[in-house]
Design a protein around this ligand. Sequence first.
Ligand SMILES: Nc1ncnc2c1ncn2[C@@H]1O[C@H](COP(=O)(O)OP(=O)(O)OP(=O)(O)O)[C@@H](O)[C@H]1O
Length: 233
Amino acid sequence: MNAPLGLSGSARIAGASIFSDLDLTLAPGQWTCLLGASGVGKSTVLRLLAGLAEDVAFTGAIDRPAGVALMAQRDLLLPWLSVLENVLLGARLRGDAPETARARDVLAQVGLSDHLSKRPAALSGGQRQRAALARTLMEDRPLVLLDEPFSALDALNRAQMQELTARLLTGRTVLLVTHDPAEAARLGQTILIMRPEGAIEVAAPNGPIPRPIGDQSVLRAQADLFAQLTGPV
Ligand SMILES: Nc1ncnc2c1ncn2[C@@H]1O[C@H](COP(=O)(O)OP(=O)(O)OP(=O)(O)O)[C@@H](O)[C@H]1O
C-alpha cells in the first residue's frame, strides 16, 4: 500500500532544459519539503506528479498513486460558489453524489462552520486558504501536493495554517514546495533543495511536526537552509 512515490528523470519545456537527472523519492506517510531558486522547476515537478504537465517533455519515471490532491498558493476557489459548494466541487465535477455531511464535518475541522454559505470574496485570506484546505481534505487522496499554500498569509495566519494542515494531513504523503526556510524547518521530515542538476538533501530537525517555531533545532535548520539557498551553487 505504501509503495515509494516520486519522480526521476529530466524535463524540457518548449525545447529548453528545466532540470536533468532529478531523483526525488517521497517517504510514504511523511512530509517532504522542496526548496530552490525561482525558476528551477519546483512547480513543474508538482505538475508532473499531478499529471497536469502536457506541455512538459519528460524522460524518466513517475511513480504516483491514482489519486493526487493539489493545493496551490492562490486558493482557486470558484467565486460564484459558496464555501460549502466549493468543497463539494470535486464530487460535482465527477458526477458523484455530494457528501454534504462529510463536507460540513471537514469545514468544521478547519473552523469554517459559521461561513458555509459565504462566497469566497466575503472571506479573509486565511479563511480562503482554510476553505481550500477543506477541499483538499475532502478529496481524501493518499498523495497531497502543496504549492506554496501559505506564502500569501501573514505570519500569524501562516503559523496557524501550518499547524492545522500538519495535523489534518497526518499519515498522508505530502510534497510541500516552499520558498520559506522556516516553514521547511517546521514541517519537513525530508528537506530537499532543488538545483538544475538534481536535488540535494539537507538534514531535517528531529521531532514530530509541526515543530515549534522557536525550537533551537528548528532555528538552526532554518539558518543552515538559508545559507545553502543563498550561498554559492
Ligand atoms: N509554459 C511554459 N513555457 C515556457 N517555459 C515555461 C513554461 N512553464 C514554465 N516554464 C519555465 O520553466 C522553468 C521552471 O518553472 P517552474 O514554475 O517550475 O519554476 P519554480 O521553481 O516553481 O519557480 P518559482 O519558485 O518562481 O515559482 C522556468 O524557467 C519557467 O520560465
